[in-house]
Design a protein around this ligand. Structure first.
Ligand code: SF4
Length: 328
């Protein structure tokens, strides 16, 4: 492992300045993903700027009824927070579906958003991978592609994003607050991640020195009827083959509004806008749930080994919507 300098930031502005001053520096949160990458030789920064001790570890109520989640809030604390459990159960459930209890106790909100793909080839520094080493090739194309994308892939990369938390946040319409040298800006989570295109090494729209300070959730009163379903190869400590985060607003048997996002299907949480549009104003029936799923999945393009993800995503979405409609 390459030697690196270590600096412990005491305020957010100082952390941004420290990373900006060194093109070889990166932020260190809890390190649950980054330290693995250091050990595997996936990255070799010259400096770590530790932001885990910044005072960004609070969940606060916003004047408009929404909730602000500091970027240093631990995943376990967020999942257990009374406001999250009561008002955004899909987010609490998604957090509890991720990783192990030990990791959730340590991992932070900001770090969870920035975790990188678990594509086997990305994590093996002895084989080509365009995300790890641009221009080297993609070992998954023509290789083991069972876990990979069915939406938004490119000829450069077909990886999926691993976060469960981000899927629920995308469904809820969360906004990421980012601090840079020129001030703070807000990025809707659905625009925060990039599809791979010609530059799969860039997972997000962040620039060097951009620090996530918080995630804002909208008030969305009816998100109290929401949930998260995750299908994986074993019952715990595994990444999603397909997951669904969904919230529905149903009155008199009719869907007034819906928020749906898929995980495990793309390089970003996949907000299912077509499915949502199909549901609005229609009866909350099994047939309409299936038609909504079909509307979204019409544009799916499976890899050689993961055609199963299309019927799996359809079935999981229909089952999730059925569960929510019965819970009203
Ligand atoms: Fe690398 Fe992406 Fe190909 Fe995986 S799918 S080997 S992450 S370029």
């Amino acid at each position: 492992m390459r030697e690196f300098a270590y600096e412990r930031a005491t305020d957010a502005g100082g952390a941004v300045a420290a990373v900006l001053a060194d093109p070889d520096a990166v932020f260190l949160g809890a390190g649950t993903n980054l330290v693995d990458h250091l050990k595997l030789g996936i990255i070799a920064p010259g400096k770590l700027v530790d932001v885990s001790g910044l005072p960004l570890d609070q969940v606060t109520q916003l004047p408009d009824g929404g909730v602000r989640i500091g970027s240093a809030v631990r995943n376990a604390d967020l999942a257990a927070h009374p406001a999250i459990r009561a008002r955004y159960p899909m987010l609490s459930a998604a957090l509890l579906a991720g990783a192990s209890a030990q990791l959730r106790n340590l991992a932070t909100t900001g770090g969870n958003l920035l975790q990188r793909t678990r594509c086997l080839y990305f994590q093996d520094s002895t084989v080509p991978c365009n995300k790890r080493e641009p221009g080297s090739g993609c070992s998954a194309i023509g290789g083991f592609d069972r876990d990979h994308a069915i939406f938004g892939a490119s000829e450069q990369c077909i990886a999926t994003h691993p976060s469960d938390m981000a899927v629920a946040m995308a469904g809820l319409g969360a906004v990421v607050r980012v601090l840079s040298a020129v001030g703070e800006r807000q990025i809707p989570l659905v625009d925060f991640y990039r599809l791979p295109g010609e530059a799969p090494d860039r997972d997000t729209v962040l620039d060097h020195g951009d620090l996530i300070t918080a995630v804002d959730l909208p008030a969305l009163e009816w998100a109290s009827t929401s949930t998260y379903r995750k299908v994986r190869d074993r019952a715990s400590y595994a990444f999603a083959l397909v997951s669904v985060a969904a919230a529905v607003d149903i009155a008199d048997g009719v869907v007034r509004d819906a928020r749906i996002a898929f995980g495990g299907v793309a390089a970003k949480p996949w907000r299912a806008f077509a499915a949502e549009a199909h549901l609005r104003g229609r009866a909350a029936t099994e047939e309409n749930f299936a038609a909504a799923a079909d509307a979204e999945l019409a544009d799916a393009h499976p890899q050689r080994q993961n055609g199963f993800k299309i019927p799996l995503a359809r079935n999981v979405l229909v089952a999730t919507l059925r569960e929510l409609s019965e819970a009203r």
